[in-house]
Write a protein that binds this ligand. Structure first.
Ligand code: ADP
Length: 479
């Protein structure tokens, strides 16, 4: 049984949850402790006690710990990638790449601990000096989703620790394995007890103790819009600092002048890889008239060549959906698109097992055409390998349709026109814009985040992360 980490101790929980492999539901990945609210409060106690000394640690101490974590993750990428693929269902290359990314993130923020600077400013008054510095904020609760079981925790935990905060980490119920492995690496990398704590358990059970305690200075959350909005409403009454990353309904515009190969690659990669289970997945393919039919035919041809199978089998392009609940949600959206008159161009079917007979939650990549931006399939995030093509007249209509959504995370365009690319970069209502690259797949040293209902609070990643994980102090000194 894998225990929670609280105040430097590995502690059994009030219950146990079983982690099941979505590629082969006969395979049990492991058993993981489930905390109750009292244990969650104990973790907040430990983190607030540890804050006093960790907030005064030297940048060198913080660099050493984070750099060691990064080195270990990179060295163990194959082993931890296999665990990640086994519990989440993304393919081995994707999972191994994600573990490597987590390692790079820890190394980046190790460096950031050394690079944090302030400003010395001349006062407008004679004989006074002004300094502007950044200080840690306190206990940070990090709540993460199941779709990036190690990269998202890394991009929350690494900056929190780099800037001198202490952390209580609550991973998603479906993927405790990668979270526990990361906690073990952190525990063995020289962190003082209580600086980092792992609380596994159901959000509804441990969530309030981890987000509503007045000793929690900040909550960083990635997950569904419904949960994020609930957390924000509760936090606003207490003034807790909040960073929320929620859904997307990301458009990929394909113009007549696009390079067809590039457009097909961007669409298939963005919409269907990682089983479409990325908040940056392109799900609305907005295509102008003259290229529409050629584009659809080429995407369908590419989809026919993809292998949907066990995430850990060699040659798999797309693994299973994460669990039965998510598969049912995906199938419900597929049924609703058909009911609204969308044409099913490819896929649409679940498979109870792969070609090797592994029982799992398999779903063929699914493409709809003849859809409108008003249909439910165009308005709501599916979070599965499902995309729909919306036919438009020209660039102006494409841009209008792309922006006609409640979300604003990632927005892409495939075109060879400098004029349209430049205009789109300026006018896409999204936090991230992609020109001739997939909407999903980002760098770790630049800001990540969105607009509208996709995000709330300061950006994640890169040096912009300091905005959330530090608070600014202005000090005046008379000479
Ligand atoms: P999804 O599972 O669809 O990604 P959720 O928003 O349900 O989206 O879950 C994201 C994370 O939020 C998970 O770690 C989950 O346990 C957590 N969570 C769910 N409900 C709450 C809550 N009331 N308080 C705190 N965390 C929660």
């Amino acid at each position: 049984m894998h225990a929670n980490l609280i105040g430097g101790q590995w502690l059994a929980g009030a219950g146990v949850a079983v982690n099941v492999n979505p590629s082969d539901t006969r395979d049990i990945v492991g058993e993981y402790a489930q905390a109750d609210p009292a244990q969650a409060r104990q973790a907040v106690d430990a983190a607030s006690q540890a804050f006093e000394s960790w907030s005064h640690s030297t940048p060198q101490q913080r660099f050493d710990v984070l750099d060691a974590v990064g080195t270990t993750l990179l060295a163990r990428r194959a082993e931890l990638g296999d665990l990640l693929a086994r519990e989440e269902g993304k393919t081995l290359p994707e999972a191994t790449g994600e573990v490597a990314r987590a390692g790079q993130i820890f190394k980046f923020f190790a460096g950031e601990a050394l690079r944090l600077t302030g400003d010395a400013v001349s006062s407008v008054r004679p004989g006074v000096g002004v300094e502007v510095t950044r200080e840690p904020i306190g206990v940070v609760t990090a709540i993460t989703p199941w779709n990036f079981p190690i990269a998202i925790p890394a991009w929350k935990i690494a900056p929190a620790l780099a800037y001198g905060n202490t952390v209580v980490f609550k991973p998603a119920e479906l993927v405790p394995g990668s979270a526990w492995a990361l906690a073990e690496v952190l525990a063995n990398s020289g962190l003082p007890a209580g600086v980092f704590n792992l609380v596994m358990g159901r959000g509804a059970v441990v969530g309030p103790a981890l987000t509503e305690d007045p000793r929690v200075a900040a909550v960083t959350f990635t997950g569904s819009a419904a949960t994020g909005q609930r957390l924000a409403a509760a936090a606003s009454t207490r003034g807790t600092k909040m960073q929320l990353e929620m859904g997307g309904k990301n458009p990929l515009v394909v113009l007549d002048d696009a390079d067809l190969e590039v457009a097909v690659h961007c669409a298939v990669q963005s919409a269907f890889y990682s089983t479409g289970q990325r908040c940056t997945a392109a799900s609305r393919l907005i295509v102008t008239d003259a290229i529409h039919d050629r584009f659809v035919a080429a995407v369908v041809k590419r989809l026919q060549s993809l292998t949907v199978a066990d995430a850990r089998s060699v040659g798999t392009d797309i693994g299973p959906v994460v669990d039965e609940v998510q598969l049912r949600i995906d199938l419900d959206y597929i049924a609703s698109a058909r009911a609204e008159g969308a044409h099913l161009a490819f896929g649409g079917e679940a498979r109870p097992s792969d070609a090797q007979g592994h029982p799992g939650h398999y779903l063929l990549p699914t493409l709809f055409t003849e859809t409108h931006n008003t249909m439910r399939i165009s308005r709501e995030e599916v979070f599965g390998p499902v995309a729909n093509v919306i036919r438009v007249r020209d660039y102006a209509e494409a841009l209008a349709v792309a922006n006609d959504t409640q979300f604003g995370l990632s927005s892409g365009i495939c075109t060879t026109s400098l004029k349209h690319a430049s205009h789109f970069k300026r006018h896409a209502q999204a936090g991230m814009v992609m020109v001739n690259v997939a909407t999903a797949g980002v760098d770790y040293h630049v800001p990540f985040g969105g607009r509208k209902a996709s995000s709330h609070g300061p950006r994640e990643q890169g040096r912009y992360a300091a905005e959330f994980y530090t608070t600014v102090k202005t000090a005046y000194t008379a000479a």
